[in-house]
Design a protein. Structure first.
Length: 87
């Protein structure tokens, strides 16, 4: 809540809670992937003021890196780092 009011950075603990709630809700809706539509602020899009949008696609699966298997199994997940990554 403080981040919304003051513009302070969102705490890592809050990021994890937000990601978990979003993942649970999305899976209940049958989602397996998500997209992030954004307008780059660093320019280079060829349009005046970076007016061209972009879309980043991602999935809600990842490799289980904690597995001892040589071929890592998949697991359903949405790491908070994927949601809170600046462009």
């Amino acid at each position: 809540r403080e981040a919304l009011v003051t513009g302070a950075a969102t705490s890592e603990e809050d990021m994890k809670v937000i990601a978990e709630v979003m993942f649970t809700w999305a899976r209940e809706q049958g989602a397996v992937s998500f997209a992030h539509w954004f307008f780059p602020i660093r320019g280079g899009s060829g349009a005046s003021g970076s007016m061209c949008g972009a879309c980043k696609m991602d999935t809600m699966i990842d490799l289980d890196w904690s597995s001892a298997e040589a071929t890592k199994p998949f697991k359903a997940t949405l790491p908070y780092e994927r949601l809170f990554f600046g462009e």
